[in-house]
Design a protein around this ligand. Structure first.
Ligand code: NAP
Length: 255
């Protein structure tokens, strides 16, 4: 599939990588709808998209809420006159050890069910809902080809402090594989991308000394850029023989 002329929906397009994907895709001639929760982020992405070759249209929607995702897919479809590509990008993390013994009191803190559920809702249920609705819409309208790209993470291998996030991001890889098998008959390909540490607002929120320590372990010695992850998005859209697999774009880091 060519990027130029495609119709794309990006979730979480109001910040970081989602904004980068939205603007670069529109810059390459795709019409792009994106959603986010953050009003300011939505306005900034729309403003940055003015004058690009492709349209940039923003919607406020929570990917974790079924009714909002159903409406989003319908609204994006109507606004762009169809859809070919879905980028499941919106994601959060709420880190914490599974259990932690307080050395002074002896009390054992537990990772709360709320933290577990928040991350599963956004990072796993969100892509499930969006992919289901995207695929259903394409099939109902007999529109093909389609591509579903899901942004996983290097944490999919299991990263300390991230019981919830690691489970969600690993689940996305499994679903990417099985969706490739279930959806190929409808002309829909899938692909996942597992970034390492990428320079976005999420990373900028880390303490500098913690970040420096983490980056020491990266063979290429630095964080990646959103543009470098966009190259993987572009590859998955353009390579018609790619489906069901995950691209690791992590500077060679092994967790
Ligand atoms: P980011 O800058 O925080 O952007 C994520 C965007 O998603 C934010 O605008 C956020 O809005 C939005 N969002 C959060 N929850 C949402 C929901 N329920 N519905 C709709 N939008 C929602 O993060 P990023 O670094 O670009 O990350 C993008 C993706 O890459 C995520 O899936 C993340 O897990 C993954 N990833 C990031 C890294 C990294 O190092 N940056 C590495 C590996 C994987 P708010 O601002 O309102 O929360």
């Amino acid at each position: 599939m060519q990027v130029n002329g495609s119709k794309v929906l990006v979730t979480g397009g109001g910040s970081g990588m989602g904004r980068e994907f939205t603007l670069r895709l529109a810059g390459a001639g795709a019409d792009v709808a994106f959603c986010d929760l953050n009003d300011q982020g939505i306005e900034e992405t729309i403003a940055a998209g003015v004058g690009l070759p492709g349209k940039v249209i923003g919607f406020k929607a929570n990917v974790a809420v079924e009714a909002e995702v159903v409406k989003l897919i319908g609204d994006a479809w109507d606004a762009l006159g169809g859809l070919n590509v879905l980028v499941n990008n919106a994601g959060i993390f709420r880190d914490g050890l599974l259990v932690k013994k307080n050395k002074e009191t002896g009390a054992v803190d537990r990772l709360s069910l709320a933290k577990w559920q928040q991350v599963i809702d956004v990072d796993l249920t969100g892509p499930f809902l969006a992919t289901r609705e995207f695929a259903a819409k394409l099939i109902e309208n007999d529109q093909r080809p389609g591509v579903v790209i899901s942004i996983s993470s290097i944490s999919r291998h299991g990263n300390q402090d991230q019981t919830n996030y690691s489970a969600a991001k690993a689940g996305l890889i499994a679903d990417t594989k099985l969706w490739s098998q279930e959806l190929a008959r409808y002309g829909i390909r899938t692909g996942a991308i597992a970034p390492g540490f990428i320079d976005t607002p999420i990373l900028q929120g880390m303490r500098p000394e913690v970040l420096a320590g983490v980056l020491k372990g990266v063979p290429l010695g630095r964080a990646g850029t959103p543009e470098e992850i966009f190259l993987a998005v572009k590859f998955i859209i353009e390579c018609d023989y790619f489906t069901g697999r995950c691209l690791d774009v992590d500077g060679g880091l092994i967790l």
